[in-house]
Design a protein around this ligand. Structure first.
Ligand SMILES: [Cu+2]
Length: 398
């Protein structure tokens, strides 16, 4: 599969994509033919029967054949469209039996993914096995979101107070994503998704070989089409546009990512079945740029690097600054082993490991003095990830 992207449609990366595109193009070409036919004959009749001196209009008679023709042609077309559309709808709704079930939670402004066995992936990163049906069971922690993967042709609302679900089967791990123009101005080692620049796999460790045999990129190192991730969008553009506040805290790294619905992006990585099994066993790996050769990320340097990466990718940076500047949440600069005072009557405490761990997993337990206005969402990070964040916070106090 993976026909090239066209002007109208990005490449097809799921089993359902060809069906969706076929229907789209069918309706498109029917519309083109009828539009040209109708406006063409209108114009022609206008010219043919234009007013001329000395010519009198004659009443037209009844043409039975013509009546039959223009009654039954649209009827047949519509009957076919209904049949094909309904069939496509069923394909999109009925999940094949041997599927993997992944929970998706939307929240302002992140995506959380929980895999079988309770393995929580890194925020805003969804790993799925190739050639395997994947069902997403989706819910929202706050407002209406909308999970959208254009390359899979799937999109569904993520609604507070109820579950919605969708399924897809990814067909390959590598290939061309979109007809990218030079306009996108992506830097070296980046590729373009709808005008956004996203890192391309430059080295094998980007492909998670760092932590096992499993590879999620396929292709060869340096291969132009070797893509690390497909984009996931939140298509709930009509909801609140801006983040907590429209300030520097919305976008501290200038990436414009995950500050409102329209930038609420996640990376979707299609990986081999072996790679996925390994992921379920080991948990989320440290990012490749932290240059580790093992999954555990021993060593403070790797941990701090991982923590900094989580600080950006998990959206902590939307509220917490790392350089002491004020914002909706306490800055992390100087936080380590600092004395904290609380609003809800809790005893003052020192910001140690246990305190930071609790602040992440159960932020409402103790509210820092003066920060009662914004509620921090509870994050479900792995122990390794929490260790990494602590290591990063430690470096901010040196
Ligand atoms: Cu959203």
């Amino acid at each position: 599969m993976n026909p090239e992207p066209t002007i109208q449609m990005p490449a097809q990366w799921s089993t359902i994509a060809p069906e969706v595109d076929y229907m789209y193009y069918f309706i498109y070409w029917v519309s083109v033919v009828f539009t040209i036919g109708i406006f063409g004959s209108m114009g022609w009749f206008m010219w043919k029967y234009r007013r001329r001196p000395g010519v009198k209009a004659k009443p037209t008679g009844h043409n039975f054949g013509l009546e039959i023709f223009w009654t039954f042609t649209p009827l047949l077309l519509l009957a076919y469209l209904f049949h094909a559309g309904f069939q496509g709808y069923l394909h999109g709704t009925v999940v094949p039996d041997d599927h993997v079930e992944i929970r998706v939670r939307g929240m302002q402004w992140n995506w959380e993914f929980e895999h079988p066995g309770g393995v929580i992936d890194t925020y805003n990163e969804l790993k799925v096995p190739v050639n395997k049906p994947v069902q997403l069971i989706m819910s929202s922690n706050d407002v209406l979101h909308s999970f959208y993967v254009p390359l899979f042709r799937v999109k569904r609302d993520v609604v507070p107070g109820m579950y919605t679900s969708l399924w897809f089967e990814a067909t390959h791990t590598t290939g061309e994503v979109t007809g990218c123009t030079q306009d996108a101005q992506c830097g070296e080692g980046q590729s373009c998704y709808y005008g956004n620049c996203i890192a391309q796999c430059q080295q094998d460790s980007d492909c998670w070989e760092a932590i096992g045999e499993g590879s999620w990129c396929g292709g060869q190192v340096g291969d132009e089409t070797r893509i690390c991730a497909l984009p996931v969008f939140c298509a709930e553009y009509c909801g609140a546009g801006s983040g907590i506040t429209r300030s520097a805290f919305d976008d501290p790294d200038g990436s414009g990512r995950n500050t409102n619905h329209s930038t609420m992006m996640a990376d979707l990585r299609i990986i081999s079945q072996e790679g996925y099994d390994r992921f379920l066993e080991v948990g989320p790996p440290p990012p490749a740029e932290c240059a580790t050769t093992d999954a555990t990320c021993e060593g403070e340097e790797c941990k701090a690097c991982w923590g900094q990466s989580l600080y950006q990718s998990s959206g902590c940076s939307a509220c917490h600054s790392s350089d002491g500047s004020p914002g909706p949440a306490p800055t992390w600069q100087g936080l380590w082993e600092n004395q904290r005072t609380f609003m809800n009557g809790a005893e003052p405490a020192v910001a140690d490991r246990n305190y930071i761990r609790e602040s992440i997993l159960n932020p409402q337990a103790r509210i820092v003095e003066g920060f009662g206005n914004v509620a921090m969402p509870a994050y479900r990070l792995s122990d390794n990830q929490i260790d990494a964040i602590i290591a990063y916070i430690q470096t901010l106090s040196e």
